[in-house]
Design a protein around this ligand. Structure first.
Ligand code: BEZ
Length: 212
């Protein structure tokens, strides 16, 4: 069954390169990114895992833990790790699940038989502090993901979970935001004094916490 936004993120116990992990326990009350890659010792995957390792301080800053997955074995994972460091300069610093029995892949619907019957596609799930699914992404094997976009989405998710705002197209942290449609003009005047109404339904204000 596919996983949709707002669903509970299924819990699981899995063997990883950092030992046995129980997902909800490991994640705690912070945020998590769970992402799959098709196979070890493949070019795009090598660049992806190195890139994510290089972004560790950015994920930490956002109180977010990262965990990767493929259906390859633990032995394969450990054999591949030196290549990732060699090519990208980044040592893997997050756990990688060895999902040989496809337990987690099936739980999260990461194998799409019409794309490839045996390998996981490039799935991404962002899970919130409440263990609910906040974002899903699915990329084909041939396209490496843009992990700056994941950080951008985390910024938006964390901002909009604390304030009654939404973020516009291509928004980046620090830029103006949109006042939520559930906020009346009266409430907006109180919460976001001086906001600009470009249309009655499109009201713009500086990002809360970054005004002035
Ligand atoms: C890659 O990571 O380059 C890749 C993995 C599986 C299929 C095709 C490409």
């Amino acid at each position: 069954m596919s996983i949709r936004l707002g669903d509970d993120a299924p819990d699981f116990t899995a063997e990883t390169t950092q030992g046995t992990i129980q997902f909800h326990d490991w994640k705690g009350d912070g945020w998590a990114v769970l992402f799959s890659h098709p196979a070890d010792f493949t070019p795009v995957c090598t660049t992806e895992l190195g890139r994510v390792a290089g972004l560790k301080s950015e994920f930490d800053r956002r109180n977010t833990k990262v965990i990767g997955l493929s259906v390859d074995s633990m032995e394969s994972h450990h054999g591949w790790l030196p290549d990732i460091e060699d090519v990208t300069g980044n040592k893997l610093n997050f756990p990688l699940i060895a999902d040989s029995d496809r337990k987690v892949s099936d739980l999260y619907d990461m194998i799409h038989p019409n794309a490839d019957n045996t390998l996981t596609v490039r799935s991404v799930f962002i899970v919130g502090p409440d263990n609910k699914i906040k974002l899903t992404l699915t990329y084909p094997a041939s396209t490496g993901r843009n992990f700056d976009e994941l950080l951008r989405v985390l910024d938006s998710l964390q901002l909009t979970s604390n304030h009654s705002v939404a973020t516009p197209a291509d928004w980046r942290d620090g830029q103006d935001v949109i006042i939520g449609t559930g906020v009346t003009d009266e409430e907006a005047n109180e919460k976001f004094p001086g906001y600009e109404a470009k249309k009655p339904y499109l009201r713009v204000t500086p990002q809360p916490g970054k005004e002035g």
